[in-house]
Design a protein around this ligand. Sequence first.
Ligand SMILES: Cc1ncc(COP(=O)(O)O)c(C=O)c1O
Length: 388
Amino acid sequence: MEAAARLNAVQNPVIPIMGELILQSPGTLSLGQGMVHWGPPPQALQAAREAIDDGDLHAYGPMAGDQALRDAVGRWLQHHHKLDLAGSAVLITTGSNMAFHAIAQVLCDPGDECILPVPYYFNHAMAIQLAGGVPVAVEAGVIPDPERLAAAITPRTRAIVTISPNNPSGAVFPRAVLEAINRLCADRGLLHISDEAYALFAHGDAAVWSPGQGSGSGAHTVTLGSLSKSYGMAGWRIGWAVVPERLLEAIAKVQDTIQICPPRLNQRAAAGALAAGAPWCQTRIQGLGQQRRQVLAALDQANAPWRLLAPPDGAFYALLQLDSPLSGDAAMERLIREHRVALVSGDSFGLRGCCLRLSYGMLQAVDLAEALDRLRHGLLALAGAGPA
Ligand SMILES: Cc1ncc(COP(=O)(O)O)c(C=O)c1O
């Protein structure tokens, strides 16, 4: 028995593909997966321990998450991101990827379109396809030009998705751009899905702005967030969605079917993490400034055959374009096999040409220096290479 034909349209997941290549190439240093080098705060682990002793977590919990965590996330969003939550509901999900999946299921009838500015996050495109929708990749600039997004709207368009700070470019979108996209969505009856997994990750002067801050924006805005990056809790799988209340009934159908409830022990750990406070995250995020400087210094070479596609002001990514006839996929494979350094292919983010995403969240000091050394050598070798 073969898998359903509609799965053929869904791209293969690049992270497991890269992981397999790394396994086959022992000693590879990874600038690939989007993770940080720290783990959760002690308060999160303590909350998990106490929750186990409570013995109170064996039953299913509420579909939208335990009320205490929903309230804590609501307070966090109002305090730190100044969101206007009037008319919106906060939902806890098994990672923010699941939040996006649920929204895609709720939005898309077969053939409905969602606009993804390129570069997009591959799991967004995949979730839309799994829902029967069509991801419409729009090349509107690394900082998307709202007018070019507007030109891509059709009668089938349901949503525009933005990610700021951005994966994979590291760009922080200016407030004026996000406001214009949000207004466009309101005017054209679309949903603005704002993925803010990296909301706390700003380096330098770039200020992060959330479209859900606009008064009344909750009626047409979905804000997604996550503990995976800021709190180093990727494996705990806790994220959230702020959604217009009118969508809750439909979302309940998806979430009840897929997860019944988010894992309750992990929700307790998440509440403990939030109690540790934003400064706990900010100290560690500021520490990434050192890695960022190391990356920029290593890539800053006269006449290099590569360039950065955006100033890496946010998240922990830098997006490179290499002068090479290779595809991003081929370059990823050859960097791992021949140079023992892993970056993620730009192909998976909808980019053309030889693009690679570098993540500096995981490696520190000596390992990072070694990885960057391998990368420079590898890029120089690949720049001269013919197609694989
Ligand atoms: C833009 C973006 N959204 C969501 C996620 C996934 O977050 P979570 O672990 O909360 O599912 C990632 C992970 O890399 C991401 O880059």
